[in-house]
Design a protein around this ligand. Structure first.
Ligand SMILES: [Zn+2]
Length: 84
């Protein structure tokens, strides 16, 4: 990957996440590294992929007490996100 400025990296990350469903875990891992290298916070974008296997194939399995439970269809890891 070529050297990017922080703004270019941010742009690349934004575009990447718009099409995250078409991305492979390998590419997601790479974009996460890019963000880290440029000190870019992913924030809400972190919820778009599994933190264990980096798969974008997540399924909402339930919402209870304002906690959203999301299951990764690939590794079956369940993540919980507080809703605002
Ligand atoms: Zn997973």
């Amino acid at each position: 990957m070529k050297k990017l400025s922080k703004t270019e990296a941010e742009e690349e990350i934004k575009e990447f996440f718009e099409k995250i469903q078409t991305k492979t875990p390998k590419k997601i891992k790479k974009i996460k590294r890019l963000a880290m290298r440029h000190n870019i916070k992913l924030g809400e974008l972190r919820k778009k992929f599994c933190k264990k296997c980096f798969s974008p194939r997540l399924k909402i399995i339930g919402v209870k007490n304002k906690i959203k439970r999301i299951k990764c269809e690939y590794c079956k890891n369940v993540a919980r996100w507080k809703m605002k």
